[in-house]
Write a protein that binds this ligand. Structure first.
Ligand code: E4P
Length: 268
């Protein structure tokens, strides 16, 4: 399992040494609140003003530039990939999503970060998946996020996407809220969902990478050890390291083999 940090926090990434990083607008906003990005904010605002326009278009372009500043700083630390998300407002617009993905890549390339280091993160709506299909054909690898079921995962594989992010915690949150139950790693419906997708992909020889996301506790992470990649918040990464010894041991394939496969309930 490749360890991915779900954060834009530069110091945390330096300390935790993940292979990849994933970001989203909330994480970028948190990151640019730190002193490390005061110059980047000035640069993006001046750049925005020089575009000569006002309103939403410029604000969006400035937001993308800031996301790329954070992503470039992360790319300078990690050896692998950095995911940068296309604005969720575009999730139902194929053309706008493709254009934003292309612009984000152009901004990275302008900063000397090659496209092979980046994943364009898109919501797994029908339109998001079509946008990813187009970007993939242009050599821009995509991370399709907000995956809650096998149907979305299969559509992503058919579109030839590089990586999917099936969610755990948001599924569990929803079940916990609607049933009032507490779930263990063995009964967690989010863990079952990711495992079903992973098993389907592997038994059908699908090359798209499976990266479990949206974790609420270390039990969920342990239950999915052995998955291709797992993207984990710094808080949970620290908990894993402190409570259970090294991450390497925790997430190693040897550990994964010891995790009993979860029996899937057809109704869940
Ligand atoms: C990764 O793709 C997501 O940004 C992240 O894991 C979502 O986690 P959340 O459900 O805690 O927001």
């Amino acid at each position: 399992t490749t360890v991915v940090a779900d954060t834009g926090d530069i110091e945390a990434v330096r300390a935790l040494k993940p292979v990849d990083c994933t970001t989203n607008p909330t994480l970028v906003l948190k990151a640019i609140g730190s002193d490390a990005f005061s110059d980047a904010i000035d640069e993006a605002l001046h750049w925005g003003a020089a575009q000569g326009g006002t309103g939403e278009k410029v604000v969006n372009a400035v937001a993308d530039r800031l996301a790329v500043s954070v992503g470039s700083a992360l790319a300078a630390i990690v050896p692998g990939r950095v995911s940068t998300e296309v604005d969720a407002d575009l999730s139902f617009d194929v053309e706008a999503s493709v254009n934003r993905g292309r612009r984000i890549i152009a901004d990275y390339e302008e900063r000397g970060v090659g496209r092979e280091r980046i994943l364009i993160k898109l919501a797994s709506t029908w339109e998001g998946i079509r946008a990813a299909e187009i970007l993939q054909k242009e050599g821009i690898d995509c991370n399709l996020t907000l995956i809650f079921n096998k149907t979305q995962a299969i559509a992503c594989a058919e579109a030839g996407v590089f990586l999917i992010s099936p969610f755990v915690g948001r599924i569990m949150d929803w079940h916990a809220k609607s049933t009032g139950k507490t779930y263990t790693a063995e009964t967690d419906p989010g863990v079952h969902s990711v495992r079903a997708i992973y098993d389907y992909y592997k038994s059908n020889g699908i090359k798209t990478v499976v990266m479990g996301a949206s974790f609420r506790n270390t039990g969920e992470i342990e239950a999915l050890a052995g998955c291709d990649r797992l993207t984990i918040s710094p808080a949970l990464l620290k908990e894993l390291a402190e409570d259970q010894g090294t991450l390497e041991r925790k997430l190693s394939p040897e550990t994964a083999q010891k995790v009993e496969p979860i029996k899937l309930d057809e109704k869940s």
